[in-house]
Design a protein around this ligand. Sequence first.
Ligand code: NAD
Length: 253
Amino acid sequence: MNIQNKNIVITGAANGIGHALAKRMSEESPKSISLIDIKSSLKEVARSFNADSYIVDVSNEHNFQTILKDIINKNGSIDLFCSNAGIQQFGTLETSTLDWQKNWDVNVMSHIYAAKVLIPHMKKQGSGYLLLTVSAAGLLNMPGAIAYATTKHAAMGLAENLAIMFGNDGIKVSALCPQLVDTDMLKSSGDIPEDHPLLKDGVLSADFVANETIKGINAEKFLILPHKQVKKYIQGKAFDYDSWIEAVKELAP
Ligand SMILES: NC(=O)c1ccc[n+]([C@@H]2O[C@H](COP(=O)([O-])OP(=O)(O)OC[C@H]3O[C@@H](n4cnc5c(N)ncnc54)[C@H](O)[C@@H]3O)[C@@H](O)[C@H]2O)c1
């Protein structure tokens, strides 16, 4: 899909990958850009890209869906929706039920709340594009972050299901699955040991990831992998699940 002259919405746009997507997409002559985040600092970001801003918690079904309907009414359509907002939770069995629920609500349900508004809208207009920012953790797991890894796997399953169910209605879906990206989320992970295997694949800039994402959307690729090595790792996992579990055990903190 070409981004020119499209009405675009990006969630989690105040920082990191969402901010970089907004910057990169604003260079592609879109018709409109609407940015969503829970943080009020979004307003300044939106001003710099001549975009509209909406402060809302994407895990609040009613408020989020109301904003999406308002955006459709204002701009006439949503052509490309980037469902990017996410949270990261570390921990294993000690993760509280409340924290599990928070991860579930932001990392999974927010995409579903959006899809419930956007799929019927896109079906009616005969076209549309959903980009879900998932993570390589949704394909390859993430030791030490059980709620994050589990909810990102659910988000991946959801992206696949939407692509399968609504592809024939002219709706395209992409799942963006990077490994480490240099954002506040990564900084909140604390110091990663220098010899950690993930570091050898590189910490990508959010700008690089945004650029790869545009390329993926232009080519209408379902799986967008800014770290090219991830493809090889998924193939290895599918080839021999037991050996893959043994290898990932080595990464456990
Ligand atoms: N940084 C990484 O290494 C990395 C790797 C793979 C995937 N991801 C994914 O990329 C996406 C963006 O993460 P990032 O690295 O840019 O992180 P970030 O923390 O820099 O940005 C996330 C943004 O989402 C917003 N947000 C969080 N919860 C929200 C809510 N309930 N409602 C509205 N906005 C909310 C935050 O305010 C923030 O602006 C996430 O889905 C994350 O899981 C990140």
